[in-house]
Design a binder for this molecule. Structure first.
Ligand code: M6R
Length: 608
């Protein structure tokens, strides 16, 4: 989603703003712009498409000024044109905005009736127009900003420059994150710590309803009534300072290959490998006293939750209800008895997941959050944070976040099993031992399967439709595989429970629809082989992802068979997701798509 940055500096800030925007590119955007204040006057440059276009604009017509704001726009209202790109100007006011102003048409009608001329199709322009009209009516900057924030409704992070307030940036937050950064004689504003990382790691996160007047000497923060409020300063996690691709072509590739390491960091946080026991942190929710668990998340994090559900039910006898957060938040479900809720999110900012969390919190549930960004809103609003130690995930396609989420879920399910008496000590030790081997196995799988997957991906890139099948946790991986393939290669893909094949999707099977079957030799294997027979009998081409035992047990002809080592059933999802990720990655590379920032997608989905 949109990214915001603001700098009160000691040198021309336009190039610094563009650099900071580059660090926000991973969030997804389709146009960009910067505005500065120079000699008391506002000026701006904006461009459609990637930041290189904005840089070209700035090279041909540079922008002076030591104070400025910048924006990457992910279009919601109005096409991604140069004219709709932020900053929006009105009579000496410049505004950039992330989120949606829900009552924008009401405000626009009212201002238009009073003679305002709107020049864009965006919801954001109403903020600039409203603020300008309030300033024109004689209000001070502070009064006008406060009045504006009390009129607009919706989710927003906003940065404002005003002519006449020459060393000042105003920021406001109600939903999407916004951080104030402290430098030496300089101040910063940004959507996240990554944007600000080269400037400072000394940061204050605004809370919902906060707004701030920032100048060279510091910041004053107010609530929505205009009262001055104190917010903590904290050190941003240093990991955010190191965000580059290393020797990899794409962040996604780098993040896939980081998995053995980050998986082991995450596992080590939750389990003690020497004693073979789960650490106390995993017991911070009293699983023995809850009757059931609710889980809500979006996209890949939802799939992590589905596998988590499978484990909680199987190993701890704990019933779990899971839903995608965009449905969960509106279901108005009763939440009786003793329940806890878990919310899963890489960014910790996903609007639907946050709203689901708040719904459960209002109903008195104990809230756990499995999150990657520890300063995120979801982390801050949860009762208990279960961190994933994946480090910054920049590629839009979630890879290492998933395996770290699964690592945390596995430990939590074991902790729940111990607390509920469904796992005895020996079982816990065996499961922890199996988990401890996962990073090493993941490393060797990544080192060996890549050439075969690269060749196969070349073939796969020729097809327009792909079906993924699996059972149990591999059904979830089938859906995850389809999501990964479609989001970065734009090939249409569906993930189905293999048992559902004959209830509909089998009608699609022919030689133009490759079927990727994920079937290690587990308790579902025989049944899945029968489904593969049904595909083969109809001329379908099969890509078979299995283990050594599965390969030995199957005589079916396939387009390709990818053989992974035999692993413990608990560890299978952590390992079998790797070929699924690599297949999508290499296919997208062959298709020539923008792997890290696929079209239309955002990394951090802060609007619903
Ligand atoms: O930051 P979150 O984990 O809450 O994000 C959830 C989804 O938006 C995310 O997993 C998305 O589906 C990915 N692009 C999938 O690769």
């Amino acid at each position: 989603m949109c990214g915001i940055v603001g700098i009160i500096g000691n040198q021309p800030v336009a190039p610094l703003l563009v650099d900071a925007l580059k660090r926000l590119e991973y969030r997804g955007y389709d146009s960009a712009g910067v505005a500065t204040l120079h000699d008391g006057k506002l000026d701006r440059r904006r461009a459609e498409g990637k930041l290189i276009n904005l840089e070209t604009e700035l090279t041909s017509t540079p922008l002076e000024g030591n104070v400025g704001i910048g924006h990457t726009r992910w279009a919601t209202h109005g096409a991604p044109t140069q004219n709709n790109a932020h900053p929006h100007f009105c009579e000496g006011v410049a505004v950039v905005h992330n989120g949606i102003i829900e009552n924008f048409s009401e405000i626009r009608d009212e201002l238009s009736a009073r003679g305002a001329q709107f020049t864009t199709d965006t919801d954001t322009e109403v903020v600039a127009q409203l603020l300008a009209s309030l300033l024109r009516s004689g209000k001070s900057t502070k009064e006008a900003m406060l009045a504006t924030l009390n009129i607009i409704r919706g989710a927003y992070a906003i940065a404002v420059l005003i002519e006449g307030e020459n060393g000042q940036i105003i920021g406001a937050r109600n939903g999407p994150p916004l951080a104030v950064g402290y430098g030496k004689g300089e101040m910063f504003l940004g959507s996240d710590a990554i944007a600000l990382s080269p400037f400072t790691d000394d940061i204050t996160y605004l809370e919902d309803g906060d707004w701030a007047i920032i100048d060279r000497n510091g910041v004053e923060i107010f609530d929505i009534e205009g009262n001055s409020v104190e917010r903590a300063r904290r050190k941003a996690f240093t990991a955010y300072a190191q965000v580059d691709k290393g020797n990899h072509r794409h962040f996604m590739e780098k993040e896939i290959y980081e998995q053995p390491e980050v998986m082991s960091h995450t596992l080590a946080h939750y389990v003690d490998f020497s004693s073979g026991r789960v650490r106390d942190i995993a017991s911070e929710i009293d699983f023995s006293s809850v009757d059931s668990l609710k889980i809500a998340a979006c996209g890949t994090a939802y799939y992590a939750g589905q596998i988590g559900k499978n484990w909680f039910e199987r190993y701890a006898g704990l019933p779990v209800e899971i839903d995608v957060a965009s449905e969960f938040r509106y279901r108005e479900m009763p939440l009786p008895g003793s329940q806890a809720a878990l919310f899963v999110s890489q960014s910790g900012e996903t609007a639907d997941t946050l709203a689901s969390l708040r719904y459960c919190k209002e109903h008195g549930l104990k809230i756990g959050a499995i999150v990657n960004v520890r300063e995120s809103t979801i982390a801050r609003e949860a009762d208990v944070v279960f961190p994933t130690l994946a480090g910054p995930e920049i590629g839009v396609a979630s890879t290492k976040a998933l395996t770290c989420q699964l690592s945390a879920f596995a430990a939590l399910a074991i902790a729940a099993g111990r607390a509920r008496g469904t796992l005895v000590e020996d079982e816990e030790v065996n499961m922890v031992r199996a988990l401890s081997e996962a990073p090493r196995i993941a490393g060797s799988v990544l080192n060996t399967i890549q050439p075969q997957l690269e060749t196969l991906s070349r073939e796969l890139s020729k097809f327009r439709h792909v079906l993924y099948l699996g059972r149990g946790t591999n059904y979830t991986l089938a859906m995850e595989g389809a999501l990964k393939l479609k989001e970065i290669s734009y090939i249409h893909a569906e993930g189905y429970a293999a048992g559902e094949l004959k209830h509909g999707p089998i009608a699609l099977i022919d030689e133009n629809m490759p079927v990727i079957v994920i079937a290690p030799h587990d308790r579902h294997f025989e049944k899945t082989i029968s489904n593969m027979q049904e595909v083969a009998a109809r001329g379908g081409r099969i890509i078979f992802i299995t283990d050594e035992n599965g390969a030995a047990a199957s005589t079916l002809e396939t387009m390709s068979t990818i053989v992974l080592p035999n692993v413990d059933e608990l560890v299978m999802p952590l390992i079998f997701t790797l070929p699924v990720q690599l297949l999508a990655y290499h296919t997208a590379v062959f298709m020539g798509t923008d792997v890290d920032q696929p079209r239309n997608l955002a990394k951090s989905v802060t609007v619903e």
